[in-house]
Design a protein around this ligand. Structure first.
Ligand SMILES: [Zn+2]
Length: 272
């Protein structure tokens, strides 16, 4: 299936539509033993017994219209349906629908938090041809917010740098990550984060891939890099422990949902 994003339907969206409806952070879904689905409705959410605060048109998934919706926090799901976190639905909801849900979650969040102008406080208006809200008084335009973050697999020969952040559970390690600062390139951010968190220098910073991470609106940009100098000295405010790990001695690491795991899998496969 292919998804075609759009801000407004250019033709009347007839037939059934996919609804990505959120109550708080959680998506309305129906779970089966090893799969899940979201509502495919011909007459919208109201006819399904739900009363959205606001809705957004997202685009077309294989010619089928897709909408997102914000439901009140105390919404009781229809019989047989539940509200589920997106992490729970990864690998369970079909991949194309999952990526529309990732998009939907961020647009619902953005719409909810940009109802008023950040500059003068007036109610904003939705733009017709662009995913933006503008202020009718001062003209300030607000677009969906994306927060780029880098994530990096640093290697030293046949070893990988993994760290346990202070907020991680005991025994859980991952690659280093951090938010990009204003004015910084992605490569500068990689070098700074590694230096700040574990006190080493890196070289050969190479782009690896990226992932939309809707918790709540990150874009994870992944890199690989090589150790260039220095010994590990963890910053105790952020990092509880860090070290070099060999392929056959990896600790508890992130699950398949994250690009962190793809980086670690890349390291493991490079040794095969
Ligand atoms: Zn304004």
């Amino acid at each position: 299936m292919s998804f075609l994003p759009a801000v407004a339907p250019r033709r009347e969206p007839g037939g059934p539509a996919w609804w990505l409806a959120f109550s708080g952070e959680r998506l309305l879904a129906r779970l089966a033993p090893s799969s899940a689905t979201v509502p495919l409705l011909t007459d919208g959410l109201e006819a399904f017994g739900l009363h959205p605060v606001r809705t957004q048109f997202l685009g077309w998934l294989d010619q089928r219209p897709c909408f997102s919706a914000e439901l009140p926090d105390d919404t009781v799901p229809p019989e047989g349906w539940t509200f589920q976190g997106l992490r729970r639905l990864f690998g369970v909801l079909e991949d194309d629908l999952y990526s529309v849900a990732v998009r939907a979650k961020q647009i619902v969040f953005w719409d909810r938090t940009h109802q008023y102008c950040g500059q003068c406080g007036i109610s904003t208006l939705s733009m017709e041809d662009e995913r933006a809200r503008t202020c009718p008084s001062c003209g300030l335009a607000s677009f969906p917010r994306l927060s780029p973050a880098v994530i990096v697999a640093v290697t030293r020969g046949d070893e990988l740098l993994l760290a346990r952040a202070q907020r991680f559970p005991q025994g859980f390690y991952s690659v280093l990550a951090g938010y990009v600062e204003p004015g910084e390139t992605l490569e500068e951010c990689v070098a700074r984060e590694v230096r700040e968190e574990v006190g080493i220098e890196v070289r050969n910073i190479r782009y690896f891939g990226s992932q939309s991470w809707p918790f709540p609106h990150s874009l994870m940009v992944a890199f690989t890099a090589e150790h260039a100098g220095g010994d590990i000295r963890p910053d105790p405010t952020e990092i509880a422990d860090a070290g070099w790990f060999k392929r056959d001695g990896l600790p508890w690491i992130p699950e398949k949902i994250s690009i962190a795991r793809r980086l670690i899998d890349w390291f493991v496969e490079a040794g095969e």
